[in-house]
Design a binder for this molecule. Structure first.
Ligand code: ZN
Length: 471
């Protein structure tokens, strides 16, 4: 009985863990490596195991750094089923197809260059069609429903409160009369997140595999964050320009639309024309609107009293390119919510081109901006940015709203861990080294005898004492 670590070790992307129980092999997550172009080339590397030898996959949630290599796993010979929450199946249909589409675009762009150099063309990592077909392997479950995924491995998903359908994976293993329970945190949500329930606690485990994205940070309170956003919208009305909100299509968009509705009058939003300018975010919002049974009490009560969480009287959904281009003619009074979240692509770049040089315009950054991205340059106060080879002066006011994270902070992670009661061993993954080390130190201070950041390729013997984590 072993667990191998093949991704998200000392970094946040590419989650991939291999459980071996008897002769059965179950993969937990199969995520894309994301970051610089050079780093992303590793997505094409062979898997460190034979894809056809995997019997089943457990997927914690729809984000691509957890799900994005699944179509590739299938392309390379995986024949089994993918067990995940029902809402994750719906979100993956949108996200994987979009990833396939981007792969095709990327390969076309690369091949134009290669052709000029006389090199052989490259294939897309997987196509949109391959992504679409891969979702037929998905098998949707509800939270709390126990399911045998292969003989000797029983799965129960619990709410992780991170995005819609996100799950903690509780895996009860049995081999030759020996039983072990491994709990994967997946990505753990931020307590008090709008719409979603708080992460569920689990009372017992023999090993916890835990994320650490914000293992070294403390988020500000939700109330402070809403007050900050309200202030920005009220001031923006005085300034008289447009407000650009670069956003992530899944979760951040729905959270913002719901908050727009909840604070509609308080933030003076009735004075604005609001645009949701992202086909993917529009589709994801429809999925969120369908799964009302997954809402927390406050969102459910709001929905009963005021109808769908995301429908505002002055909201326009821009699905077509023409509709998106039409927004460029508006100089004042538009709130434009568009992807991508880090301004690395998508329609937000066009809106930046038309607005960022105007003194009266505002940009509201609502999420983490990775080093090297256009969004990060704006956060860091760049005086000029480059857009399609053109230099554009930054005169708009850039606001960074830090409290909207979908991940638990250090207190949230440590608090969730105390729910186990008996301080089980912890394998720390899914964080930059500083964040991982800070979380390990905190867990040890809180009484975890065995807590350690994992290295790539490391394997733990789950039958050994301390789950092989030393001691
Ligand atoms: Zn995630």
């Amino acid at each position: 009985m072993e667990l191998g670590f093949y991704g998200a070790t000392r970094e946040v992307t590419g989650s991939c863990f291999l459980l071996e129980v008897g002769r059965r092999r179950v993969l937990v997550d199969c995520g894309l490596i994301q970051g610089s172009r050079r780093h992303e080339r590793h997505n094409r590397d062979p898997f460190p195991f034979e894809a056809s030898s995997i019997d089943a996959v457990v997927l914690t949630h729809a984000h691509l750094d957890h799900s994005g290599r699944l179509p590739l796993l299938i392309k390379r010979g995986f024949r089994g089923r993918i067990f995940t929450h029902r809402a994750t199946v719906d979100l993956c249909r949108i996200m994987l197809e979009d990833a396939g589409y981007l792969n095709e675009k990327e390969a076309q762009w690369e091949n134009r260059k290669r052709e000029r150099k006389g090199l052989r063309p490259v294939e897309p990592l997987y196509t949109r069609e391959e992504a679409r077909v891969s979702t037929h392997r998905f098998h949707g479950l509800d939270y709390g429903q126990e399911r045998e995924v292969v003989p000797g491995v029983r799965l129960t998903l619990r709410d992780a409160g991170h995005i819609l359908g996100s799950a903690l994976a509780v895996l009860d293993l049995e081999e030759a009369g020996t039983r072990r329970r491994v709990v994967f945190s997946g990505d753990l949500g931020h307590t008090g997140t709008p719409i979603l329930r708080d992460p569920e606690t689990i009372d017992r485990a023999d090993l916890v595999v835990m994320e650490s994205t914000y293992g070294d940070r403390r988020h500000r309170s939700w109330e402070e964050t809403w007050a900050e956003l309200g202030g920005i919208f009220r001031e923006a009305r005085q300034a008289g320009g447009n407000v650009l909100v670069p956003t992530f299509a899944v979760d951040r968009t729905q959270m913002l639309l719901y908050m727009f509705k909840r604070y509609y009058e308080d933030w003076g939003l009735d004075d604005w024309q609001i645009f949701l300018d992202s086909p993917m975010a529009i589709k994801a919002t429809r999925v969120y609107a369908r799964h009302t049974a997954l809402y927390d009490e406050r969102a459910a009560a709001f929905e009963r009293a005021h109808g769908e969480l995301f429908d505002l009287p002055n909201l326009s959904l821009s699905e077509s390119t023409e509709a998106s281009m039409g927004i460029n003619r508006i100089r004042s009074g538009a709130v434009i919510v568009a992807g991508s979240g880090m301004c690395t692509g998508g329609r937000i770049k066009h809106h930046l081109k038309h607005n960022i040089w105007r003194r009266e315009a505002q940009v509201v950054i609502t999420g983490f901006q990775a080093a090297g991205t256009l969004g990060r340059a704006l956060v860091d106060g760049a005086s000029h940015i480059r857009l399609w080879g053109e230099t554009v002066r930054v005169q708009a006011t850039v606001h960074t709203v830090g409290g909207l994270s979908a991940h638990a902070d250090q207190d949230g992670l440590a608090g969730w861990y105390t729910g186990f009661g008996d301080a089980p061993p912890v394998a720390v993954v899914h964080g930059e080294p500083d964040a991982q080390d800070a979380l390990v130190a905190r867990l040890q201070a809180d009484g975890a005898a065995h807590a350690r950041a994992m290295r790539y390729g490391e394997r733990l013997d789950l039958v050994a004492s301390g789950a092989g984590l030393g001691g």
